[in-house]
Design a protein around this ligand. Structure first.
Ligand code: PGA
Length: 251
């Protein structure tokens, strides 16, 4: 069985003080959610403060992005080695906002993924179709292409550490959630793709998170679907009560 994995993506919100406060509120409750893996992804300048609060706790910390070179003249970038050294266990790669606003492609996602493995970070790789893709019936073609591009040259062993986040772009930050059936359909398809690419074992163990307007009121119906193994939560992860409500979806 795949352990549910719920991660909060704080995006460009919560400077150190507010981020540490929120981390502290989650820490106070985390023992209520045994059996669920929990991570938060603060903005880069808040990583140190959040890691300090969560040190030794079961809540994991992810960076929201990384660069693929180890060091050098790449102004403004963070290497995976730096992210690992500060104390992150995970890194989010290829979020649709990175693709949309910062020109990331399947090729750069793959380079970042290789760099995450080089540093010993566990990657959360984001894929998802736009509204235009969905309306023109291209969803499966698009997500399959993103998955193949992202996972080029990744080994079966490396896949054991990887999480896929399926986030339909039209559902991110819009309040429009994919229906549980719509999400399940894509998750099942993606698991089939993983099976074709890497075999049954990888298809069985890789967790596929759903992302896009997940909130306490819809978390359970999404997570009850057989191929939805967790969530990548944006807006609702910024409020302790909402994120705790999502973590408690089974209660
Ligand atoms: P949202 O964002 O929950 O605010 O829709 C999800 C994400 O972008 O990861």
């Amino acid at each position: 069985m795949r352990k549910p994995f719920i991660a909060g993506n704080w995006k460009m919100n919560l400077a150190s003080k507010a981020a540490a406060e929120l981390a502290g509120r989650l820490l106070a409750k985390v023992s209520d959610f045994e059996g669920i893996e929990v991570a938060v992804a603060p903005t880069a300048t808040s990583l140190a403060a959040v890691i300090e609060v969560l040190r030794g706790s079961p809540i994991e910390v992810a960076a929201q992005n990384c660069y693929w070179e180890e060091s050098g003249a790449f102004t403004g970038e963070l290497s995976t080695e730096m992210i690992k050294e500060i104390g992150c266990s995970h890194v989010i790669i290829g979020h649709s906002e990175r693709r949309q606003f910062f020109a990331e492609t399947d090729e750069t996602v793959n380079k970042k993924l290789q760099a995450a493995y080089r540093a010993g970070l566990m990657p959360i790789v984001c894929i998802g179709e736009s509204l235009g893709h969905r309306e023109s019936g291209r969803t499966m073609e698009v997500v399959a292409g993103q998955l193949k591009g992202a996972l080029k040259d990744i080994s079966v062993e490396q896949m054991q550490q990887l999480t896929v986040a399926y986030e339909p772009i039209w559902a991110i930050g819009t309040g429009k959630t994919a229906t549980p059936d719509q999400a399940q359909e894509v998750h099942a398809f993606l698991r089939g793709q993983l099976m074709e690419m890497f075999g049954q074992n990888v298809a069985d163990v890789v967790r596929i998170q759903y992302g896009g307007s997940v909130k306490p009121s819809n978390a359970k119906e999404l997570m009850d679907k057989p191929d939805i193994d967790g969530a990548l939560v944006g807006g609702a992860s910024l409020k302790a009560d909402d994120f705790i409500g999502i973590l408690g979806y089974r209660n």
